[in-house]
Design a protein around this ligand. Structure first.
Ligand code: NAD
Ligand code: TYD
Length: 339
């Protein structure tokens, strides 16, 4: 099979490239990625040595380039990770989120209609369900929860999901959608909570916690997400949505304290800063459907996964040092100086 992974030079897509090369050695894995600020060829260094791997640089919203990809690579499966993915950036500049996340998805779906496809899989997010109250630990997102978005990021992801469902129903494109909770693990771009806190702590720099830090995220180790998508490709039903999460809710402040403890740094590094606009309070996935219908189970507990992640950042300094010494410095100054 020819499997196109869009956004494979990013965090989860990169991990998925390695997961697929490992678990499906008979398949050809084609990474299609525009290499935006979030895409990094260093992430794909070892993959590039594998004879089953091909990298094509391109934008999912560039129709000509996507059609060329389909003509040249003749994909059987598309897994779409390509997206603008950072909520804070979407608050600063929503437009690129609409272009990539919605129009880019539409171009990929049009290509599937035109050339045919065995499966189009959309990698979505639990953020399309909006948020849950902090004082209702009994409430969870199921696949039937209404879409109710808060940020331009989540609105653009919800728009893409609706298009995917429309292309399935109207044109019969064989689609599936997964909506996963927050991921963490190797190759996570340093603008996101966990890598940002690890890297700041290593530099004895302040750790900027938005507001009181009481917002709750449901963390899943990235390899468990990769396994879930792979299982959906094999056993998932066309037209279906699958929520992915491992019941691992943590308050931001507690995650930050765990990182400080692991790195032997003082909690005095914590700095409470102005809260994010429209900040979602709590995300919590009910993964019953994927567990019962497909037999998926998460395997890495947060206590172990966070240790593995910290170890990875300690052992791969050059990967993130190259990032934080580039344009990321201007981003950091803009977002955090005088916050
Ligand atoms: P990321 O920002 O680390 O990577 C995104 C990748 O997409 C980069 O390699 C980038 O170069 C590429 N890209 C961006 N615009 C593109 C375009 N127009 N054409 C082609 N490539 C383009 O993102 P991530 O955290 O790995 O997230 C991947 C997907 O998973 C996204 O769709 C995101 O919405 C979803 N998701 C993420 C999380 C999470 O916790 N990070 C959780 C659930 C779902
Ligand atoms: P993030 O990693 O941006 O993921 P998302 O917003 O998609 O859940 O943020 C995770 C949580 O951490 C979120 O509640 C915002 C908070 N946060 C901070 O407190 N400080 C920071 O510097 C960042 C980047 C995030």
């Amino acid at each position: 099979m020819n499997i196109v992974i869009t956004g494979g030079a990013g965090f989860i897509g990169g991990n998925f490239v390695y997961y697929m090369l490992k678990t499906r050695p008979a398949d050809k894995i084609i990474c299609y990625d525009a290499l935006t600020y979030a895409g990094n060829m260093a992430t794909l260094k070892e993959a590039a040595e594998n004879k089953n791997f091909v990298f094509v640089r391109g934008d999912i919203a560039d129709r000509e380039a996507v059609y060329r990809l389909f003509e040249e690579e003749k994909p059987d499966i598309i897994v779409n990770f390509a997206a603008e993915s950072h909520v804070d950036r979407s608050i600063e500049n929503p437009e690129i989120f609409l272009r990539t996340n919605i129009l880019g998805t539409q171009v990929l779906l049009d290509a599937c209609r035109k050339y045919g496809i065995k499966r189009y899989h959309q990698v979505s997010t639990d953020e399309v369900y909006g948020d849950l109250p902090l004082d209702r630990p009994d409430m969870f997102f199921t696949e039937k929860t209404n879409l109710h978005t808060s940020s331009p990021y989540s609105a653009s992801k919800a728009g893409a999901d609706l298009l995917v469902s429309a292309y399935h129903r109207t044109y019969g494109v064989p689609t599936t959608i997964s909506r996963c909770s927050n991921n963490y693990g190797p190759y996570h771009f340093p603008e996101k909570l966990i890598p940002l806190m690890i890297i700041n702590a290593l530099h004895d720099k302040k750790l900027p916690v938005y507001g009181e830090g009481l917002n709750v995220r449901d963390w899943l180790y990235v390899e468990d997400h990769c396994a879930a998508i792979s299982m959906i490709l094999q056993k998932g039903k066309e037209g279906e949505v699958y929520n992915v999460g491992g019941h691992n809710e943590q308050r931001n402040i507690d995650v930050v304290k765990i990182i400080l403890k692991e790195l032997n740094r003082s909690e005095t590094l914590i700095e409470h800063v102005t809260d994010r606009k429209g900040h979602d309070r709590r995300y919590a996935i009910d993964p019953t459907k994927i567990m019962t219908e497909l037999g998926w189970q998460p395997t890495t507990k947060f206590a172990d996964g966070i240790k593995l992640t910290i170890k990875w950042y300690l052992e791969h300094k050059s990967w993130w040092e190259d990032i934080i010494s580039g344009e990321y410095r201007d981003y950091y100054a803009k977002m955090y100086d005088n916050r």
